[in-house]
Design a protein around this ligand. Structure first.
Ligand code: FAD
Ligand code: NAP
Length: 492
């Protein structure tokens, strides 16, 4: 029987890759299986997907060499620029990634944007296999009037701002208003709400940027509404993050018991994690708090609330038209059952006054290069188990493979699977034979284009600088925000 991948990598696409026609596929396989050659593989993106794919390849092939290309000057993707500063334990995965990067069979090239500084075809010519692990860098637009008004930000940009993403360092959100509205009820929405409402002195010992901390110290935001177009049963956040909100010092929850009517019976059949999440929501919304908790809530100066069955319809401008003054929400009801439950407008609307709107309705991948297939509707690279459809030797992992959901462990499992499939193809002889130049060819190209790649030891110098600046402030690190300054520190 023909090997599995032939079903979706047709002959036409193999010929496009200019493999020598005289050699049989089995011969390629035998060639590689003798392990005389070093498979040259590159990974695009140094977030969890990139690093876990690299880790799998290095662990399960004793000669494979893996180069990681990253557009930022610094590694680790959303672990550095997404994960909330008050969740330092999540960032411990960096230790594992660092071990991978220090392997003598792995190299990191930061400051290289694939699709701009080097094309995917150039990488495919230089390597036996290329893995695209470049994540989901855009935000999902709301596509409603007023979205462009000052005072409306994507949660992605806001998260980037407090986490030191260079492109968001100038964001300067105006936090002088009383009420903020967050659209979407996922974990990113709760991260953003928590950062807005946490007493700033609780953030002082985290790696939040000093600029963001300064703005949060001045913030006058007292109320945060987290708005969902569907109901409590459909929230996308998880229990740990909800518990953190409920216990947030100096804040009280605002949940309307009416939203939870009849829910007790409906959650009996739910899977255990959702059932526990719903029970916590129900208790918080409907049970009278104990004396201590009631006193805590009574003395709270800030509040957060979940507003259900409301879909964003229009961002309302201030009278002078210069900034956001509120949001018009379409009241919704649910149609369909189970996974297919969707929100449909009832025709009623509600206006919610606010001075800040943060849209947290999901991230979105971009196409990287015209030579790579891309499904704009799903926002993913079409693939089967990580093999890019119709492009032999090209693979994908992480959010760009399966869409912008899932935590780091989901991304790990998915990336190991891509690594496994790639090695399977390598051993079966489905990848080009003969030596490939790998980074030697790419470095020459980059040099000719005036691009200066940043190595992992360069990153370790920047890391040491950040840690030292952080020490002076009693923080784990103070992130460097300016790429020019980073390059100068590296002597460029
Ligand atoms: C705000 C936020 C908070 C989160 N918090 C948690 C948490 O607490 N716990 C948890 O388990 N999960 C969390 N997650 C989920 C987790 O971050 C993802 O599962 C994971 O980061 C996805 O990994 P990835 O490698 O696919 O994407 P990313 O982490 O986005 O990595 C992609 C990398 O590719 C690089 N890149 C992009 N384009 C190019 C290009 N053209 N050339 C070269 N490089 C490129 C990017 O710079 C980036 O470094 C969070 C997600 C978000 C958005
Ligand atoms: N602490 C953590 O572990 C942590 C922290 C942050 C992120 N993450 C993970 O990262 C992933 C991404 O998180 P996320 O919060 O960006 O995405 P998400 O979990 O997919 O949540 C997106 C939210 O936006 C809503 N939404 C989508 N389109 C909308 C629209 N057009 N109008 C109104 N609402 C809309 C969704 O509602 P519907 O359900 O109705 O579509 C949902 O409530 C998730 O897997 C998350 O768990 C984890």
């Amino acid at each position: 029987m023909a090997p599995r991948c032939w079903r979706w990598w047709p002959w036409s696409s193999w010929t496009r890759t200019r493999l020598p026609p005289s050699r049989s596929i089995q011969n390629f396989g035998q060639h590689f299986s003798t392990q005389e050659q070093t498979p040259q593989i590159c990974v695009v993106g140094s977030g969890p997907a990139g690093f876990y794919t690299a880790q799998h390849l290095l662990k399960h092939h004793s000669r494979a060499h893996v180069d990681i290309y990253e557009k930022q000057l610094v590694p680790f993707g959303l672990v550095r620029f997404g994960v909330a500063p008050d969740h330092p334990e999540v960032k411990n995965v960096i230790n594992t990634f660092t071990q991978t990067a220090r392997s003598d069979r792995c190299a990191f090239y930061g400051n290289v944007e694939v699709g701009r500084d080097v094309t995917v075809q150039e990488l495919r010519d230089a390597y036996h296999a290329v893995v695209l692990s470049y994540g989901a860098e855009d935000h999902q637009a709301l596509d409603i009037p007023g979205e462009e008004l000052p005072g409306v930000f994507s949660a992605r940009a806001f998260v980037g701002w407090y986490n030191g993403l260079p492109e968001n360092r100038e964001l300067a959100p105006d936090l002088s208003c009383d009420t903020a509205v967050i659209l979407g009820q996922g974990n990113v929405a709760l991260d953003v709400a928590r950062i807005l409402l946490t007493p700033p002195d609780h953030l002082e010992k985290t790696d939040i940027t000093e600029a963001a901390l300064g703005a949060l110290r001045q913030s006058r935001v007292k109320t945060v509404w987290i708005v969902g177009r569907r109901g409590p049963l459909q929230v996308a956040f998880t229990i740990k993050e909800l518990r953190e909100m409920i216990q947030l010092p100096g804040t009280r929850p605002m949940l309307d018991p009416v939203d939870f009517l009849g829910l007790q019976d409906r959650i009996k059949e739910a899977a255990r994690p959702r059932k526990r999440l719903m029970e916590l929501l129900l208790r918080t919304a409907t049970e009278k708090p104990g004396v201590e908790e009631a006193a805590r809530r009574a003395s709270a100066s800030r509040a957060w609330g979940l507003r259900f069955f409301r879909s964003p319809q229009q961002v309302l401008p201030s009278p002078d038209g210069w900034r956001v003054a509120g949001i018009r929400l379409a009241v919704t009801r649910l149609e369909g059952i189970g996974e297919a439950t969707r929100a449909v407008p009832t025709g009623d609307v509600e206006d919610l006054p606010c001075g800040l709107v943060l849209s947290s309705v999901g991230y979105k991948s971009r196409p990287i290069d015209p030579s790579v297939p891309f499904d704009p509707k799903l926002g993913v690279i079409p693939n089967m188990e990580g093999r890019v459809v119709d492009v032999p030797g090209l693979y994908c992992s992480g959010w760009v493979k399966r869409g912008p959901t899932g935590v780091i462990t989901t991304t790990m499992t998915d990336s190991f699977l891509t690594g496994q499939i790639l090695l399977q193809d390598l051993r079966a002889g489905h990848l080009p034979s003969g030596p490939r130049p790998g980074s030697v060819a790419i470095k020459a190209l980059l040099d000719s284009r005036g691009v200066w790649p940043v190595s992992f030891s360069d990153w370790e110098k920047l890391d040491a600088e950040e840690v030292s600046r952080g020490q002076a402030l009693g923080k784990p690190r103070e992130k460097l925000l300016d790429p020019q300054e980073m390059l100068q520190l590296l002597g460029h």
